[in-house]
Design a protein around this ligand. Structure first.
Ligand SMILES: Cc1cc2nc3c(=O)[nH]c(=O)nc-3n(C[C@H](O)[C@H](O)[C@H](O)COP(=O)(O)OP(=O)(O)OC[C@H]3O[C@@H](n4cnc5c(N)ncnc54)[C@H](O)[C@@H]3O)c2cc1C
Ligand code: SF4
Ligand code: SF4
Length: 1021
C-alpha cells in the first residue's frame, strides 16, 4: 500500500501517441498539446490524486469535441472531459486525452427569461451566467458551489454540484432540462425527459441511440424496485449514477441520469438549464450554539422557516482562521457560541426578508435554550460573514504547528434531521483515529465539509486512513446518508459504493457504464470498476521528491521547496478573471498554463520527476513560469498563500546557474548599476534611449520592446538635490527616507514631495549617503546571490539606524515589499534583517503610526487609487485608506489588479503585448479611462505610474505629491482638469553639459567594464 505510482487504463501503452497527436492536430481547430509541460500541468485536480494525461485538446467548439473524440476512438485512446478541474475526488485526472472546454467554449447560447431556461456551452462559468440572469431577470442557477466564480457548467453537470442555495432549488441534476452530448462511439444527440411514447419511438427507430435507450429501459425495469428501496431520499444524494431519474415517476429523464456521471458516460456539448427566481432582498441571521453538534440538532426547526441558505461552522474553523491572521476583523461579528448557523432569508423587499428572520428569531426565543442571535443589517457585513464560510478550505489546509490537512472525507451528507447524531459519531471516529478537523458545510442539506490531517506519506498512515474510510462510510450508511453530498465519487469514494448501494446496484452502475461506453474509454476506472483508493496519489509512502538547497528559507513550508511546490490545494481561485490581483497572466490568456495553479503543478512535477525529467534545467518549467509577472498577487489572494513570485525567483536562480541569462536580465535586472553610471551622463543616456533610430538599436540589444519608451534619467538625482539642502527640523525625531533606484534616478519629484510631507509632519529626514538598493529587479531574474550582497550592504549602511529603532520610509511600494518579504526570507537568521523588515513602512503607515497628531492638510477632491500589487499582497492598503480620509479625499481604492508592467516585465520584447493586455483585462485601463478629468489618479508604484502614463492620456500622482498639492493649494487643490499636470515626476533642469561631455568617454569605458564584469560574474554563478 504505497500509493504513489500511476495506474493507467488497459491498452494505453499500445497507443501510437505521435500519430494520435498528429491526427488530433489535423482534426480540430483548437489547440492540441502533448508536450511534457502541458501534461505536467494537467496531471492534477483538487484531490489527493494525480495522473499525467496522454495529451490535451482545447477545443474551440462542439465540432472540435466531436472530432477529437473520433480521433481518440480511432486510436483506442481514453477521453477525459474537463472544465476548471476543481474536483476533489480524483475524477478529473486520468491517463487519457483531456478535452478542456474551459478556454474557448464559454458561450451563453440563449437566455429565455419567459421559459426560465438558459442554454450554455460546457465551458461557461456558473457566475458568468448567474450575474447576467440575476441582474437582468431576477433569475438564477441555484446550485452555487464555493467555486462559483470559476467552476464550469460541464464540471457542475459532471459532478452534480450543489451549493449554499441548493436548499432553495436542489442539486445540478434538479436544474438540468436537456443536454446535447456525444458518446465515445460518436453518437451525438439531445437528451432530456422522455415520455413513454417518445421512448417507444426512439427504441423503434433503432440505431445506436435506440439501442442505448432500449438497454437503459431494460436496466431500469430490472432494477426499479431496488432503486426505490436503496436510493436514500435525502437532499444531497450525489454518490452513484442517477438511475432513479430513469424511473417512470421521474419521466425517464436521460439528461438528469447523466448528471453526476463524472465524464464516464458521455461528453456534454451543450446544456439547457433551469433558472429559478432569485429573491433580490436577503437578510442574514446568525445563530450561536454551545457546540456545532447542538447547531446541527436545530437544523430541522430552522428549515421549517424556509430559508434560502442554511450553513454551519464550528469554532475550530474560527480558531484556525484566527491563528492564520485571516478574517480577524470578521470573527468578532459572530454572536457568542462554539457552533454557528448562518441562516439566509430571501424576499422581494428587505423589510420582508427581515420580517421572516425576525419571525424565526421570535419562535426560537420561546425555547429556554435559545441560541445567541444576531440579525445583520449591513450588506457589507453580511458579505464578510459569507466569506468566513467560503474560506473554509484556505483556513484549514496548513495550520501552523499541525500536520497538513487533506480532502478525503470532505462532503458526506445525511438526512438533515440526523445531522447532529452523525456529527457526534463522526467526531468520535476522528478522535479514535487521532485525526483533527474543523467542521463546516451545507447543514441545511445535511452535508458536512472538512479537511482532515490524514497521514498520507507513510504506509501506516495510509492503512489508518483506509480503515477510517471504511468506518466512516458505515457511519454515513447507518444514518441513511450519501458518501458524497456534492463532490462526487471519482476514485476517492467509488470503492466504497457497495456499502451504500449493495452489490446489485453497483452492478447496475457497471451495466449503465457498458450501455454508454462499452469499450471503457470514457474516464475509465472512476465511479465504476474503480482504481483502488490508495493509488495514483500525489503523496503515498513512496513519494520522495529531492530536497533542494534554496536561497529563500520558505518558513511556512518548513524550509522545504518540495512542500512549497505541493502547497497549492487546487481551489482554482487563480482562475477567477473578474476580480482581485491573482492571476494577471491567466486573466489575459485564459490558459491553464498561465495560472498560479498550473505553475505550482509543474514545479511539483519537476521535483516528482515523472513528466519533467530535467529538473531545474527544464525549458517546459521555464515556459510555464515565463508569463508570471512576479506580482505577488497569489501570495495575497490565494487561500493558501502560494507565493509564485518567490518560487519563480528560486527556479530561475537554479535554471540559470552557470549560464547566461537573457539580455533583459542584465539591462533591467541590473538597472541600479546602469543608473549609477547614467547619473553622471544623463543626457547621453537619454539620447541613446530616445534618439530616433539609435533608441531602437539600444532597446533591441537590451532585449526590450521597441514600442516602449524607456523612462528618462533625471539630470539631477534626488540625492544630488538632497545634498544641496540645508537642515530642516534639526532637533526633531529622525526618519530614514529610503532613496530607491526608481525615484532617486528617474522620478525625483515624488520623493522630494515625501521630504516635504515628512518635514511638515515635524520630522528630521535622514537620507543614507551610500548608494543602496533593495535589489527588487534582481528577483524577477532569479539573481539571488547578487540580491543577498545588496542586502548585506544595506544592513551594514543602516545598522546604526536599525539599532536605534529609527523608522525607514520607502515610497516605492515594491521596495517596501522587498524589505518586508524577501529580506527576512533570504536572511532568516539575521537579527538586523528582521528588525529592518519590521521598521520599514510606507509613507501612509509611517504617518498613521508616528504622526497621529499631525495637522494634515485638507484636500476635498475625488480620487481613484490603484494599489501596487506587491503592497496589496504584503501589507494591504488600509493605512493609505485612512490617510486619504484624514486628508478629506473622496478616494476610491480600485479593484484594478496588476498594472501589467510589473517592474521590467512589460518592457521586455516578448512581454510587451501581454503587459498591455493585462492592463486592460485586469481592469486598470478601463478604470482610468472612465475617471473624470478632474479626478485625481493616485498610484504609488513606479511601474503602475509608468504603465498608466504610457497607455492612457492620464498620469497618476504619488500619494506624497497629492499631500504636497494640499499643502500648496489648500482644500480645492489644483484647479481644472488633469490636476497631475502641475505635479510632474521629473523636472529636467541644470546645465552641466560640459562636465557631462568630459565624463562621457570615461563613463562609456566604465559602462563597458561594468557590463563585462557583470557578465563574467553572472557566468560564474
Ligand atoms: C475549494 C473548493 C470548494 C468547493 N465547493 C464546492 C461546493 O460548494 N459545492 C460543490 O458541489 N462542489 C464544490 N467543490 C467541487 C467542485 O468545485 C465542483 O464539483 C465544480 O462544480 C466542478 O467544476 P469544474 O469546472 O471544476 O469541473 P471539473 O473538475 O473540470 O470536472 C468535474 C467532472 O465533470 C466532468 N466533466 C467536465 N466537463 C464535462 C463535459 N463537458 N462533459 C462531461 N463531463 C464533464 C469531468 O470529467 C469531471 O469528472 C469545491 C471544490 C473546491 C476545490
Ligand atoms: S494557486 Fe492558490 S488559488 Fe490557485 S488553485 Fe492553487 S490554492 Fe487555489
Ligand atoms: S506572482 Fe502574479 S503573475 Fe505570478 S503566479 Fe502569482 S498572481 Fe500570477
Amino acid at each position: 500500500m504505497s500509493g504513489h505510482a500511476t495506474l493507467a487504463p488497459e491498452g494505453v501503452e499500445e497507443i501510437d501517441l505521435k500519430a494520435l497527436e498528429r491526427e488530433l492536430a489535423g482534426a480540430v481547430e483548437g489547440e492540441v498539446r502533448f508536450d511534457a509541460g502541458t501534461r505536467a500541468i494537467y496531471s492534477h485536480d483538487s484531490s489527493n490524486y494525480r495522473q499525467p494525461p496522454l495529451g490535451v485538446v482545447i477545443p474551440r467548439h462542439a465540432e472540435d469535441v466531436v472530432a477529437a473524440v473520433r480521433a481518440c476512438r480511432e486510436h483506442g485512446a481514453p477521453v477525459l472531459p474537463r472544465g476548471c478541474a476543481t474536483s476533489l475526488s480524483g475524477e478529473t485526472t486520468n491517463v487519457a486525452v483531456v478535452i478542456d472546454t474551459s478556454k474557448y467554449m464559454r458561450e451563453i447560447v440563449e437566455i429565455d427569461p419567459q421559459r426560465e431556461i438558459a442554454r450554455v456551452q460546457p465551458g461557461v462559468i456558473r457566475d458568468q451566467l448567474a450575474e447576467i440572469t440575476e441582474s437582468r431577470h431576477e433569475l438564477t442557477f441555484a446550485p452555487d458551489t464555493s467555486t462559483h466564480e470559476y467552476a464550469t457548467f460541464g464540471g457542475m453537470i459532471g459532478n452534480n454540484s450543489c451549493g449554499i442555495h441548493s436548499v432553495m432549488a436542489g442539486r445540478t441534476a434538479d436544474n438540468v432540462e436537456e443536454l446535447e452530448i456525444v458518446t465515445y462511439d460518436g453518437e451525438r444527440m439531445r437528451v432530456g425527459p422522455t415520455s413513454e411514447e417518445e421512448l417507444e419511438e426512439i427504441i423503434a427507430a433503432g440505431g445506436r441511440r435506440g439501442e442505448i435507450y432500449r438497454e437503459m429501459r431494460e436496466l431500469r425495469d430490472r432494477q426499479a424496485d431496488r432503486i426505490r428501496e436503496r436510493y436514500p431520499d435525502i437532499p444531497r444524494r450525489v454518490s452513484g449514477y442517477n438511475l432513479d431519474e430513469l424511473l417512470p415517476e421521474k419521466g425517464f429523464n436521460v439528461a438528469r441520469a447523466l448528471v453526476g456521471s463524472e465524464g464516464t458516460l458521455a461528453t456534454v456539448l451543450e446544456a439547457t438549464v433551469r433558472l429559478v427566481h432569485s429573491p433580490p432582498a436577503r437578510s442574514l441571521l446568525v445563530l450561536g450554539y454551545p457546540s456545532v453538534f447542538e447547531a446541527a440538532d436545530h437544523v430541522p426547526e430552522i428549515l421549517a422557516h424556509e430559508p434560502v441558505g442554511l450553513e454551519g461552522i464550528d469554532s475550530r474553523l474560527i480558531d484556525d482562521m484566527v491563528q492564520k491572521g485571516r478574517h480577524t476583523s470578521e470573527v468578532p461579528l459572530l454572536p457568542g457560541g462554539e457552533g454557528w448557523l448562518l441562516v439566509e432569508f430571501g424576499a422581494e423587499e428587505r423589510e420582508q426578508s427581515h420580517a421572516r428572520a425576525e419571525e424565526c428569531m421570535a419562535e426560537l426565543r420561546r425555547d429556554p435554550t435559545a441560541p445567541e442571535m444576531k440579525l445583520f443589517d449591513d450588506a457589507g457585513e453580511e458579505q464578510r460573514l459569507w466569506e468566513i464560510r467560503e474560506a473554509g478550505l484556505g483556513a484549514t489546509s496548513y495550520v501552523q504547528g499541525e500536520r497538513d490537512h487533506w480532502p478525503g472525507w470532505e462532503d458526506a451528507a445525511v438526512p438533515p434531521a440526523r445531522l447532529g447524531s452523525y456529527l457526534r459519531g463522526f467526531r468520535r471516529l476522528l478522535d479514535e483515529h487521532g485525526y483533527r478537523a474543523a467542521l463546516y458545510g451545507h447543514f441545511g442539506d445535511g452535508c458536512v465539509h472538512c479537511r482532515i490531517d490524514f497521514d498520507l506519506r507513510s504506509a501506516g498512515g495510509l492503512r489508518t486512513w483506509r480503515r477510517f474510510l471504511d468506518r466512516v462510510a458505515d457511519l454515513v450508511v447507518e444514518h441513511g446518508g450519501s458518501l458524497s453530498g456534492e463532490h462526487g465519487d471519482g476514485q476517492q469514494r467509488a470503492e466504497l459504493l457497495p456499502k451504500m448501494y449493495g452489490e446489485e446496484l453497483v452492478g447496475a452502475f457497471g451495466e449503465m457504464k457498458r450501455i454508454w461506453d462499452p469499450g471503457n474509454r470514457m474516464n475509465p476506472h472512476k465511479v465504476v470498476d474503480p482504481y483502488p483508493i490508495v493509488s495514483n496519489m500525489k503523496l503515498g509512502s513512496d513519494y520522495a521528491p529531492p530536497e533542494v538547497d534554496t536561497h529563500f528559507a520558505f518558513p511556512e513550508d518548513g524550509g522545504s521547496f518540495a512542500h512549497a511546490a505541493l502547497r497549492c490545494v487546487g481551489a482554482g481561485k487563480c482562475r477567477n478573471a473578474a476580480s482581485d490581483t491573482m492571476c494577471p497572466s491567466y486573466m489575459a490568456t485564459k490558459d491553464e498554463e498561465h495560472t498560479t495553479r498550473g505553475r505550482a503543478r509543474i514545479l511539483y512535477e519537476m521535483l516528482e520527476g515523472q513528466t519533467i525529467t530535467d529538473g531545474f534545467r527544464s525549458d517546459e518549467v521555464h515556459e510555464a513560469l515565463d508569463l508570471c509577472l512576479s506580482c505577488k498577487g497569489c501570495k495575497g489572494d490565494c487561500p493558501v498563500s502560494v507565493d509564485m513570485a518567490t518560487y519563480k525567483a528560486e527556479f530561475l536562480s537554479g535554471h540559470y546557474k552557470r549560464r547566461l541569462r537573457p539580455m533583459a536580465a542584465y539591462s533591467m535586472g541590473l538597472i541600479m548599476l546602469h543608473a549609477r553610471l547614467a547619473q553622471h551622463v544623463p543626457r547621453l543616456a537619454n539620447l541613446l534611449t530616445h534618439a530616433p533610430g539609435v533608441n531602437r538599436l539600444v532597446k533591441r540589444a537590451a532585449g526590450l520592446s521597441g514600442e516602449r519608451e524607456i523612462p528618462p534619467f533625471a539630470h539631477q538625482t534626488f540625492k544630488a538635490w538632497w545634498q544641496g539642502r540645508g537642515a530642516v527640523n534639526p532637533n526633531a525625531d529622525p526618519v530614514v527616507l529610503f532613496p530607491d533606484t526608481f525615484n532617486n534616478f528617474l522620478h525625483p519629484e515624488p520623493i522630494k514631495a515625501a521630504v516635504r510631507v515628512l518635514e511638515d509632519a515635524g520630522f528630521r529626514v535622514v537620507v543614507p549617503a551610500p548608494a543602496l538598493c533593495c535589489g527588487r529587479p534582481l528577483y524577477d531574474y532569479g539573481m539571488l546571490d547578487t540580491a543577498k550582497l545588496f542586502w548585506r550592504r544595506m544592513l551594514d549602511a543602516l545598522a546604526p539606524h536599525i539599532h536605534d529603532g529609527v523608522p525607514v520610509v520607502g515610497i516605492e511600494p515594491s521596495c517596501v515589499a522587498s524589505f518586508r518579504d524577501e529580506l527576512p526570507n533570504l536572511m532568516p537568521h539575521d537579527e538586523d534583517a528582521k528588525r529592518l523588515s519590521l521598521q520599514t513602512l510606507t509613507l501612509a503607515e509611517f504617518l498613521q503610526r508616528h504622526a497621529p497628531d499631525w495637522d494634515a492638510p485638507r484636500l476635498s477632491r475625488r480620487a481613484l487609487v490603484h494599489g501596487h500589487c506587491h503592497q496589496e499582497a504584503t501589507a494591504g492598503m488600509s493605512a493609505e485608506q485612512e490617510l486619504y480620509e484624514r486628508l478629506g479625499l473622496d478616494a476610491e481604492i480600485l479593484d484594478s489588479g496588476c498594472c501589467g508592467l510589473a517592474g521590467s516585465f512589460g518592457f521586455e520584447r516578448e512581454h510587451d503585448e501581454i503587459s498591455r493586455e493585462i492592463a486592460e483585462q485586469a481592469r486598470l485601463l478601463p478604470a482610468v479611462r472612465e475617471a473624470g478629468e478632474e479626478t485625481i489618479l493616485i498610484a504609488d508604484g513606479f511601474s503602475c505610474k509608468t504603465q498608466i502614463e504610457q497607455l492612457s492620456e492620464r498620469r497618476a500622482l504619488h500619494t506624497a505629491q497629492v499631500i504636497a498639492m494640499a499643502l500648496d493649494h489648500g482644500p480645492s487643490g489644483v484647479a481644472g482638469s488633469r490636476p497631475e499636470a502641475a505635479y510632474p515626476d521629473l523636472v529636467q533642469n541644470g546645465d552641466g553639459r560640459l562636465r557631462e561631455a568630459a565624463l562621457v568617454g570615461g563613463a562609456v569605458a566604465a559602462g563597458l567594464g561594468v557590463a563585462a564584469g557583470a557578465t563574467a560574474l553572472l557566468r560564474s554563478r
